[in-house]
Design a protein around this ligand. Sequence first.
Ligand code: CP3
Length: 341
Amino acid sequence: MTKPLLDVLQGKTPEHMPVWLMRQAGRYLPEYRELRAKAKNFLNLCLTPEWATEITLQPIRRFGMDGAILFADILLVPMALGLSLDFREGEGPILECVTDQHSIERLSYNNGLVHPVYETLTRIKPQLPDHTTLIGFCGAPWTVACYMIDGNSKNDFAQAKQWASQQPELLDSVIQKLVDASARYLCKQVEAGAEALQIFDSWAGLITDEAAFRRFVIEPTRTIVSRVKAQHPYVPIIGFPREAWSHYKRYIRETGVDAMSVDHALSLSTDGKQLQAIKPLQGNLSPDLLVQGGEAMKRSLDHIYEQMGLRHIMNLGHGVVPQTPPEHVADLVKHTRGFKA
Ligand code: CP3
């Protein structure tokens, strides 16, 4: 049996339109909240293979998506580089910061610290339905650097933006560390069973200047993609340069990714079609429409199908939000199953 998600990533027409959702495992699911309460802290969940496996599989059991995304977090890489990481209740992540050249030079990637992640992938793989693709991931260097420089998102990454414009060499050296670590991390994920990879650049839209975008987003992503593909030529990679509208075309052409995930503000009838002529796209449904559900959501799903056809990966423009009713996710998957050859 072929896997619809891999088919689209390989440029083929799938039997049905594949669907999975960013943050498909998480607080909107009661079974997640139950395990989360038991584990006490979010990092324990990510680093205990038994739990991370269970959480990855929860949405697959309920909804039967075509993609199962590894349960982990993009901030495990800076943790493995030596920065302390904490997730406080209701506050989001708090990461130890780098402040100067010395604190950057001290960073050294300890692959052993993320070993539980690889074990999780190995455990998930045999438990997946035949049609479901196992997706590994990492954060893109720019987005992870934002957290390493500012520690959290409270100030809209003012410091990281300041480094990008005033101290670009310092930012280069953080990004260099992340490129090396992320390429190794992704290769190991493939060796542990990941069949496709996604690079999350959630804050790509913060960089507007074209030269800076090339330097801090395109070039580091291109290097990671080429290093992973040097080891694993056939593993497809999805890029997600969120809200980097004016750079989408450059990104999809120049990074070497096999597909690009797009947010909900992109107009599919104009820009979406142009981009899809270059590489397949993923995403575009608004997370708010998933909260709303019903006919409005179905109309939006139909619109995506009408504009993109089957060679598209149904997904949101960003992650599932905690107030999403699980029944709406079931409706989304069921409705998308109607899109077939
Ligand atoms: O998508 C999935 O289901 C897989 C798991 C996954 C998580 N985070 C679990 C998580 C993935 C792929 C991520 C990626 C991630 N993590 C990103 C990029 C994607 C995006 O959302 O933009 C970023 C920026 C992070 C960093 C991060 N982790 C933040 C900002 C937060 C707090 C925000 C929040 O929703 O609370 C987290 C915590 C986090 N990561 C949760 C989950 C399920 C919630 C933790 C909890 O249960 O309290």
